[in-house]
Design a protein around this ligand. Structure first.
Ligand code: ZN
Length: 80
């Protein structure tokens, strides 16, 4: 350890930044796994759509009763 307080704080800060990067990488991997599962569900589920609206302020859409996929997601995927 350095006796320079600024240097010590910088080292501590860099260690924390490194921790954030590791956690972000884990988070991205989990999101990626979820996306893969969503894609699988989308292509393999025999969707049963039902009209869905959270509140009168929300946009209306259709949601699959089986996999909970939203129709807005589907149109997005179809366009890609
Ligand atoms: Zn479905």
């Amino acid at each position: 350890m350095s006796n320079n307080p600024v240097q010590e704080k910088l080292i501590e800060r860099n260690e924390l930044i490194s921790k954030v990067e590791i956690k972000n990488n884990e988070l991205n991997k989990i999101k990626n796994d979820i996306q893969k599962l969503d894609n699988w569900l989308y292509s393999d589920c025999k969707h049963e759509w039902e009209y869905h609206r959270e509140s009168s302020f929300e946009m209306s859409y259709y949601k699959c009763k089986i996999c909970s996929c939203f129709q807005s997601d589907i149109s997005k995927k179809e366009n890609n």
